[in-house]
Write a protein that binds this ligand. Structure first.
Ligand code: ZN
Length: 45
């Protein structure tokens, strides 16, 4: 299942939730982006 991320506060929102109401439940923003399925975390000393 795909999920979106709020561009404003970074909350994860399921696509099925966006079908009902296309706003972020946390901050009310309407800008979302689809994060990559796999996120790479790189740490360097
Ligand atoms: Zn938000």
């Amino acid at each position: 299942m795909s999920a979106y991320k709020c561009f404003h506060c970074g909350s994860k929102i399921k696509s099925e939730d966006l079908n009902k109401r296309f706003v972020c439940p946390d901050c009310g923003s309407r800008i979302f982006f689809k994060p990559r399925t796999k996120m790479k975390t790189v740490t360097s000393d």
